[in-house]
Design a protein around this ligand. Structure first.
Ligand code: AMP
Ligand code: GLY
Length: 425
């Protein structure tokens, strides 16, 4: 099987790593990949957003299946274009991926289908949005409608912060065209959990639950990021509650999109806020989470390639997912000042010391290879991941590994997994 993974982050490195372990014979390509994927696959210098370039490469190379990592090429119609020329692809079409790429579409869809979510209003006009904020005091959440790499969500504790957030999105265009429309949303409290599921157009099979840490600093403080670390499985939902999430959230999305003529194939990711026995959807993503993929995939015992193939062929009913009975923790090491302006181009030192550590792996996110040296090349640089018999051991191992790795300005949260320890106690 010739496989092409699209993307260049930690999620894509984890996908390549898991596909490389498949018992099936595979030849792996990544477009464009990073300094870590180069060790397991052939990096092809085509950007993830270059739909034409990827389609041309896939046809020329005779790729048997394309696995799309990030949301941008999905929203741009990469899967539609691949389907049109007969190349099988794992991921939703542009229409179906609107469940992530337009927050207003997603919120309206939830309202129409009775999917539990916070109250909201959506605006394209700055003056109306301002008056709405005046009538709805903080705490409140202001979100850019379009794709903004996880950073377009501003949780505001004061009225002043809320007005500043609105101005940043609608007047200063901090998130570009993603902010032409804003969503203003009720502030929800509780525990967050990521529920990812494989979908084959009709059926839904949830994966183990995971918990991301989206805020930049310890104790969930500071600006939102793409995700600073993660652990799985997260014990935030009981089995009966997870079944309710499948019945009341995931299956209605898949059924509703199919009825709209936009059948959903790929990973459907629901970000939930959970309080006692109540849950509410914060957002949907149309793909694996990043860093969620880095803790979920190492624990997947079933052959990932078989699962992805079953989704693409509408045969998920024939797959029984099996999971390794361990806990995984991923600590994201980021460039200094991420998610603000940061410097890249530093050599990463110490990665080779991880080779001697069992059940530890550094997934590369923003790196490149330069004459054998690994150089920082993005905001999130590495997802240092460890898996062990319980959460506490996995945390110890992951931080032991992080301690081995250095570059100027590197920063990471010290408390990834701590929320899970509190829950266990
Ligand atoms: P989103 O990308 O919409 O999931 O938002 C990013 C993060 O912002 C979430 O993971 C939450 O931590 C926070 N957030 C988003 N919406 C809300 C909300 N309505 N209430 C409280 N926190 C929120
Ligand atoms: N970790 C959150 C996301 O992938 O959107």
């Amino acid at each position: 099987m010739k496989l092409l993974v699209v993307g260049s982050g930690g999620r894509e490195h984890a996908l390549v790593w898991a596909l490389d372990r498949s018992p099936q014979e595979t030849e792996l390509f990544v477009a464009p990949g990073n300094g870590g994927t180069a060790a397991l696959a052939t990096n092809v210098p085509i950007k993830a957003e270059d739909v034409d370039g990827i389609v041309t490469f896939a046809r020329k190379e005779g790729i048997d299946m394309v696995v799309v990592g990030p949301e941008a090429p999905l929203a741009a119609g990469l899967v539609d274009e691949l389907n049109a020329v007969g190349v099988p692809a794992f991921g939703p079409t542009a229409m179906a991926s609107r469940i992530e790429s337009s927050k207003s579409f997603s919120k309206r869809f939830m309202r129409e289908h009775g999917i539990p979510t916070g109250d909201f209003a959506s605006f394209t006009d700055y003056a109306s949005a301002r008056s709405y904020l005046e009538a709805h005091p903080a705490p409140i959440v202001v979100k850019a409608d379009g794709l903004a790499a996880g950073k377009g969500v501003l949780v505001c504790e004061t009225d002043e912060e809320a007005q500043d957030a609105l101005r940043a999105i609608m007047v200063e265009h901090r998130f570009g065209a993603a902010g032409d429309r804003v969503i203003i949303e009720e502030f929800l409290t509780g525990q967050e959990v990521s529920v990812l599921a494989f979908v084959d157009g009709k059926r839904v099979q949830p994966m183990i639950l995971s918990q991301d840490h989206k805020a930049a600093y310890d104790g969930d403080r500071g600006p939102n990021t793409g995700g600073m670390g993660c652990y799985a499985p997260a014990k935030v939902l009981s089995q009966p509650m997870l079944q309710r999430v499948v019945d009341q959230v995931l299956q209605p999305v898949v059924d509703g999109l199919r009825e709209m003529g936009a059948p959903y194939v790929g990973v459907l990711y629901a970000g939930l806020m959970v309080e006692n026995d109540h849950f509410s959807v914060l957002e949907f993503n149309c793909r694996f989470g990043d860093p969620e993929a880095q803790v979920i995939l190492p624990l997947l015992e079933t052959d990932l390639l078989a699962v992805l193939g079953a989704c693409v062929n509408g045969e998920l009913g024939q797959i029984a997912l099996r999971w390794i009975d361990q806990t995984a923790v991923c600590v994201v090491m980021a460039s200094g000042d991420y998610p603000g302006d940061y410097e890249i181009g530093f050599e990463i030192e110490g990665l080779n010391r991880l080779a001697n550590m069992e059940d530890v792996y550094a997934f590369h996110a923003g790196t490149l290879l330069d004459q054998g040296r690994v150089i920082t090349d993005g905001g999130r640089v590495l997802g240092v991941t460890a898996w062990a018999d319980d959460l506490a051991q996995a945390m110890d191992r992951a931080y032991e590994a992080v301690d081995q790795i250095h570059w100027p300005g590197a920063f990471y949260r010290q408390d990834i997994g701590a929320k899970g320890l509190v829950k266990e106690a």
